[in-house]
Every structure is written in C-alpha cells, then in structure tokens.
Ligand binder design. Structure first.
Ligand code: GDP
Length: 428
C-alpha cells in the first residue's frame, strides 16, 4: 500500500516526525518533490537531525530511502547529509536515486542568489538553494537528468549550449562572473562519482515493490499553501506539494495512493513572505515562537524565526481538501498548554463579507481574520497516550477543529519524540 504524508499549511507541520513514526512499519520511503530548500527536524534514539534531502526513513535499517524523479537533487548536499548521519552513528542507509531526477547545478544556486539580490525589497525570501532556477530550467527543457552524467559527449555539448545562454544573463543582467564550461564538466564528473552507486530506475523499482505488496511512504515537503497551482502564488515553492503529485514525482499509478495523511499543526507558522491572515505579532508571537516545535520555531534550513499565528480553519480546510486527505495528523498540540484562551481563525472577512472558502491571492491580501476564542487547558499534555486522558478543554479544541475543517483527526502528536503520539482511529 502507498501512503502519502503531506502538509496542509505552509510547511513545518511536523511531517518529518510523522514519517519517521510511520516509517517503522514501512519498507520504502520516497521523496517526490522539492529540494534542499526546506528541512525536517527529527528526534530519535540516535539524536537530533535536520534533514534536507534524505527521506525521513534513513534512520531505520529495514527501509530503503528513495529520491524520486520529481526531486531537485543537489548531489553534494545529499552526500554531505549521508556522511553526517553516518558520522553520528546511524547505520549507512540504503538509498536509491532516480536516473530521471534532475540535478541542482552550482549555477542554479548562484542565479537564485543573484535574482533575490536584484529584486531587493521585492524579493521572494527564497532560501537561495537554487530551487526556482532549477525548476524553471526543468520546464524550459534545459535541465540535466542524473542519467545524462553517463554520456560524456552529449553532456559536453549540452553544457556548451546552456552556458551560452546563462552567460548572457550573467554578463548583462547580473554583472557577475561567467560560467566556465570545462569547470562545470569536471564538477559534474565529481557528482557522477558520488551518485553512481545509487542510481536506479525508481519507477520500475517501485512498481515491482507494489506487486510484492511492500509498504511505501511518499514524503512531501512544505504544504498545500506553497503549491505553485493551489497555494498563495507567487509566494509559493516551485514544485507541487500535493499528494497527487506523488504519483508523478515517484512514477507510480495515482490509484495506488490509498491513504493521504495530512499533517496539520495545532497553530500556524510560516517562513518567507506572503499573506498570512491569522498572523500574530509582538510578545504574543514571541511567546508562541519560543515555546513552539522543539526548542522554538526557527527554520530547519535557514534558522530564520518563523512567522506565527493562530490556527486557521479556512486555510487548513482548503489545504486538506487539495491534498485529498483521508487522515489528519494533528501536531504540536502540547505547545498550546500555556494559554488561558486560544483564539482560532474561523473565517476571513474580505470587503465586508465573511467567507470560509480560501480565496485567490489578490483577495487573500485583503482578508482579515474572524476569531473565535476557546478555553485553554493550562497543563502539560506530554506523556498522555490515550485520547480520553486528555483534559476536556483540549479534547474540545481537537473536536472543534475537526468539525470545522471536515476531515478526521486520527493521530495527535503531543511531543517531538517518535512515540509521542495518540491514536484516534488511525489504521496503519
Ligand atoms: P516538517 O518540515 O513538516 O517535518 O516540520 P519541521 O521539522 O520543520 O518542524 C516541526 C518541528 O516540531 C520539529 O522541531 C519537530 O521536532 C517538532 N515537533 C513535531 N511534532 C511535535 C509535537 O507534537 N510537539 C512538539 N512540541 N514538537 C513537535
């Protein structure tokens, strides 16, 4: 069976933890989109890790970790990550890299920096990992697949063609040093050495695994609201963050994805620019940021402080719908235990009208939150393993949100650890 683990919001919902947890009963864990621009924080028996490219299953001996064709593969980052976890005592993971995955080139990272620099105040707040230039090139059909590393003559020819156009931009738009074809070729030969042992026809491998009845997890990055089609365009990422894209980015039939576990955070946080209707500021935000996640809400890749807000029913209901949610995993609920009262954004007021349907970006910019206030539970809920044992106001909060978003909350996470989870009807 294939399960997808995806985010309903702006990312950082705790997908890494849920993947790590469900990885225990899985054979294969696949990354199907995105690149090293976001990260998962995982805490387990080996320690605390920030993963950017490796799937969260790398900590298990029994799982194979797969980089699907939909990923923006930064080969040196992948290999640094492998070496870093191995040096921290994790057994060397089994990894497969799709021969059709495209590579983030050194110039993608540079173009990302140069463009943000050029845009100045209008910049996207990119993590400057080269993701937008990478996907632009992929769809402009001048990207490089891993398989191309193994045909030196045509690789040289393509490098020549690509450098021609890139150098025009470097010279005249960005006024930066030009690319050197030979140097680029040598870099790619280094990449080839690093990646060669792992290259595989991933789609074929996964389809075979499905025939053998293996358990496969698809691990998404970021969340619905960062999807380039359905998110807060243009403040989105450059590859689809939706479970449906899992079929494409891994090369499996769409109907094989039987369970879509959408991870939803008990409050809101976002990194980067863009409309964020339920955002809070000042001391209120600082307090939640300080207590949030595990050791505070700061970006796993950039260390940037995350923007904070109350739970947003409108955005989450929409985010769950676009994912095709079968199960909601409701995370970081423990963090809210300090509040006397917990505001929840239950609607958006736009031009004097209240809606619960998530609007397009131009209208979103004008939306004001409609808040409803729920009583807090004023205690620490970590360590609780049964739903009935949660304080009444905490259960009321969960049930209120479940009813408003319209999708079943079958898992509740009440701590960062792998086993800090409350089952509420989830069937593995
Ligand atoms: P991801 O990208 O969706 O995997 O999310 P991140 O890893 O960026 O952020 C989630 C953060 O919250 C990490 O620091 C996790 O260790 C932490 N976390 C996940 N679930 C819980 C939870 O239930 N309670 C607490 N306190 N922290 C959690």
């Amino acid at each position: 069976m294939v399960k997808a683990i995806v985010g309903a919001n702006w990312g950082d919902e705790g997908k890494g933890k849920i993947t790590d947890m469900l990885g225990e009963t899985s054979d294969i864990i696949v990354r199907f989109q995105g690149g090293a621009n976001a990260g998962h924080t995982i805490i387990n028996d080996y320690g605390k890790f920030a993963l950017h490219t490796l799937p969260s299953g790398v900590f298990y001996n029994h799982t194979t970790s797969v980089i699907g064709n939909g990923v923006a593969l930064n080969i040196p980052v992948l290999f640094e990550e492998i070496e870093s976890i191995v040096s921290q005592g994790v057994p060397r993971p089994k990894i497969l890299v799709s021969d059709r995955a495209q590579m983030v080139m050194p110039y993608h990272v540079l173009f990302d920096q140069y463009e943000e620099e050029r845009l100045g105040k209008e910049s996207f707040g990119s993590t400057k990992s080269g993701i937008a230039p990478f996907y632009s090139d992929k769809y402009a059909k001048i990207g490089f697949q891993v398989s191309e590393l193994f045909d030196e003559e045509s690789l040289k020819h393509k490098i020549h063609k690509v450098c021609e156009t890139k150098n025009v931009l470097l010279e005249h738009l960005y006024h930066k040093p030009l690319l050197d074809e030979e140097e680029l070729f040598q870099t790619l030969m280094e990449y080839r050495k690093m990646v060669e042992p792992y290259v595989c026809d991933v789609s074929l491998f996964l389809n075979q695994a499905l025939k053998e009845g293996k358990e496969i997890l698809l691990e998404g990055q970021l969340g619905s609201l960062k999807d380039p089609d359905h998110g807060i365009y243009p403040m989105v990422t450059s590859s689809s963050t939706l479970a449906g894209y899992g079929a494409i980015g891994a090369g499996i039939p769409p109907y094989e994805i039987k369970k879509i576990v959408t991870v939803v955070k008990a409050y809101s946080s976002a990194v980067g620019a863009g409309a964020f209707v339920s955002e809070i500021f000042g001391d209120e935000a600082d307090e939640l940021r300080k207590r949030g996640g595990d050791g505070g809400e700061f970006g796993a890749t950039t260390g940037r402080p995350r923007r904070m807000g109350w739970f947003d029913v409108v955005a989450t209901k929409y985010g769950c719908r676009l994912q095709g949610t079968t199960d909601v995993a409701f995370t970081v609920l423990d963090v809210l235990g300090y509040l006397d009262e917990i505001p929840v954004c239950v609607g958006y007021e736009i031009d004097g009208e209240v809606t619960t349907d998530f609007p397009t970006t131009n209208k979103l910019e004008k939306a004001k939150p409609v808040l409803e206030v729920l009583p807090g539970w004023k205690c620490d809920i970590r360590g609780i393993t049964k739903y009935e044992d949660l304080p009444e106001n905490c259960r009321k909060y969960v049930e209120f949100i479940e009813e408003k978003i319209g999708y079943p909350i079958t898992l509740i996470s009440n701590g960062p650890g792998r086993h800090e989870i409350i089952y509420r009807g989830f069937e593995d």
